[in-house]
Design a protein. Structure first.
Length: 132
């Protein structure tokens, strides 16, 4: 239904914003505590995380049940994105010569965004029920 699509769109945009926020905060923290190369490594990992979130969102529509015709490459791309993330992480670590930790934590930026969004929604529901 149309309202469900609008809520879904708002939730996805919120996830994108939160992912970017976590990228900025993590990069600032790593730059301040360990140096600018580690901050850059976190940002690059975070960009991979953002790209993964975008790709997941796009591909989830293409493999969802419905009237739309399916393309075999879309299902394999859904799985293949993890290989791409691993390869990107490897290239970042080797290319910058940094510890893998900031890259790996950057790759979890969208996961942190999903968890934060879920916690906020739970708290909003609990607070709205207690206000009634």
């Amino acid at each position: 239904s149309r309202p469900d699509q609008m809520m879904s769109s708002l939730s996805v945009r919120q996830l994108y914003r939160l992912t970017i926020l976590f990228c900025i905060l993590g990069a600032a923290a790593f730059s301040w505590t360990q140096g600018p190369r580690e901050g850059l490594a976190f940002v690059l990992g975070g960009l991979g995380s953002f790209g993964n979130l975008w790709l997941f969102h796009r591909l989830s529509f293409s493999i969802a049940p419905g009237e739309v015709s399916r393309k075999p490459w879309q299902a394999s791309a859904f799985v293949g994105r993890y290989i791409l993330l691993f390869a990107a992480g490897y290239v970042i670590v080797k290319g910058l010569g940094v510890n893998p930790l900031p890259v790996v934590l950057g790759l979890f930026a969208s996961t942190a965004a999903v968890l934060t969004s879920s916690i906020v929604e739970l708290l909003q529901n609990l607070l709205s029920r207690s206000a009634r």
